[in-house]
Design a protein around this ligand. Structure first.
Ligand SMILES: C[S@@+](CC[C@H](N)C(=O)[O-])C[C@H]1O[C@@H](n2cnc3c(N)ncnc32)[C@H](O)[C@@H]1O
Length: 184
């Protein structure tokens, strides 16, 4: 699997488990003013479906670069899917940014940082795939043991605070961050 692996080539079981993890995280957002959601890795739409179920009045814009995946994706009410590569541009805004990456880890986080340089969002959810193999690679992340809680606590996102993380079985772990309130 690499950055560009289309969702149609990812095991359904892994996609479903990721979506369950997302559901657990979205339930931690008590903010009733969520109206815009940006899904920059739409895939088959599992995250979009869950997000719109959780925030039924919201509008979601999704980007999916693989036409075959986009054609087979679910498109729930409130979702608009753009069949193209997501290219962040200045001035993009969303209450929630969904980033179901195929390969992001704390050592390889360019796509995450790149998106965040451009998209202004209040909440951020992204998947980190290292966590399914944390028992093998914890030392390279500077951990003394394979502890997912410590892993996410060390994963700093500038301007954001970790609210929680979730993993279902061995599917990649996902985490939810909230923008820090401005100080001073
Ligand atoms: C892990 S899957 C997302 C699965 C999705 N959350 C679901 O529930 O089906 C990632 C998807 O992002 C797409 N993708 C990768 N890079 C992209 C980019 N730069 N812009 C748009 N889509 C991209 C891939 O084609 C793949 O279908």
């Amino acid at each position: 699997m690499n950055h560009d692996t289309p969702a149609v080539d990812i095991k359904e079981k892994d996609l479903n488990q990721n979506t369950q993890a997302l559901e657990e995280l979205l339930s931690k957002i008590s903010d009733e003013s969520i109206s815009s959601i940006l899904d920059i890795r739409y895939g088959l739409g599992g995250w979009a479906e869950k997000a719109l179920e959780t925030f039924p009045g919201a509008k979601l814009i999704g980007y999916e670069q693989d036409a075959n995946t986009a054609a087979r994706a679910v498109k729930p009410k409130g979702a608009t899917v753009r069949v193209k590569r997501f290219e962040p541009t200045k001035g993009m805004k969303a209450d929630i940014l969904l980033a179901d990456f195929n390969t992001t880890t704390c050592l390889k986080r360019e796509t995450l940082d790149h998106a965040l340089r451009y998209v202004d969002c209040d909440y951020l959810v992204f998947t980190d795939v290292c966590c399914s193999k944390l028992h093998l690679n914890y030392a390279s992340y500077g951990l003394a043991e394979a502890d997912l809680k410590k892993y996410w606590k060390r994963f700093k996102v500038d301007g954001y605070k970790l609210i929680g993380f979730a993993r279902v079985h061995h599917a990649a772990s996902s985490a939810l961050y909230i923008k820090k309130a401005p100080t001073g």
